[in-house]
Design a protein around this ligand. Structure first.
Ligand code: FE2
Ligand code: FE2
Length: 229
């Protein structure tokens, strides 16, 4: 992340005012604390997704770094991971916790959460200018264009959103849901490889393949804040 982007995000204003030690400090402390807190809030609302937002944040950061993105870009994607499902705050609890198949109306309510999340976060200039709002808005797009809310395809989907899409799916597959049991890491691994070029960007899948061992221990241990690494 260059200085111009951080200036637009308002980070350097804080630095110049002596409130932070550096621009990276702004992302790793103020913005991260804010995102982590909101992520915990949405995970608390949905009992089936314990620590899901935190896990998505850490998985996505590992994928970003494996792809060669900068440390700061990885940290920004980590922040977006915490916030990716914040729009579910507007989805009724009965829909979030439903065991059976969603009705068309319930599915419509569920599919509104990326746009709702972007609308919630957009007033925070730093999140808009660092690309976090768009990562949240597009985290359910698919590489083949069959996702939502806009049906964006391939590289038209912001890279951070393509990364979070895989991190989100991996974390979700490894957790029990009201409508299905958790998969093993090996089963989730095979499913992600199978969905390369359809659901996922093949470059992100390649990073997943490369970092699979690290990710498996990350989700098993559940500890360690990748952000500061
Ligand atoms: Fe975090
Ligand atoms: Fe989501």
């Amino acid at each position: 992340m260059n200085e111009e982007a951080l200036l637009k995000a308002g980070a350097l204003g804080a630095v110049q005012a002596g409130q932070c030690g550096s621009s990276a400090h702004f992302v790793t402390t103020i913005l991260h604390q804010f995102a982590e807190s909101l992520g915990f809030a949405i995970d608390a609302k949905d009992q089936s997704t314990r620590m899901h937002s935190d896990e998505v944040a850490r998985i996505s950061q590992v994928l970003a770094l494996t792809m060669g993105l900068s440390g700061t870009e990885g940290q920004i994607i980590h922040v977006a991971g915490h916030l990716h499902d914040i729009g579910k705050i507007g989805v009724p609890d009965a829909v979030l916790g439903k065991c059976g198949t969603l009705t068309p109306a319930e599915w419509k309510a569920m599919r509104r959460h990326p746009q709702a999340g972007a609308d919630i976060l957009r007033p925070v200039a730093a999140l808009s200018n660092l690309g976090v709002v768009d990562m949240v808005l597009f985290h359910h797009e698919r590489y083949d264009g069959a996702g939502y809310p806009h049906g964006l395809k391939g590289l038209a989907i912001p890279l951070g959103a393509r990364i979070i899409a895989l991190g989100d799916t991996l974390s979700a597959m490894l957790q029990d849901r009201p409508y299905r049991k958790a998969r093993t890491f090996d089963a989730a691994h095979d499913e992600i490889i199978r969905c390369s070029c359809s659901q996922f960007d093949p470059r992100v899948v390649e990073a997943f393949r490369e970092s699979a061992g690290k990710l498996e221990s990350l989700v098993e241990n559940g500890a360690g804040k990748t952000l500061a690494a």
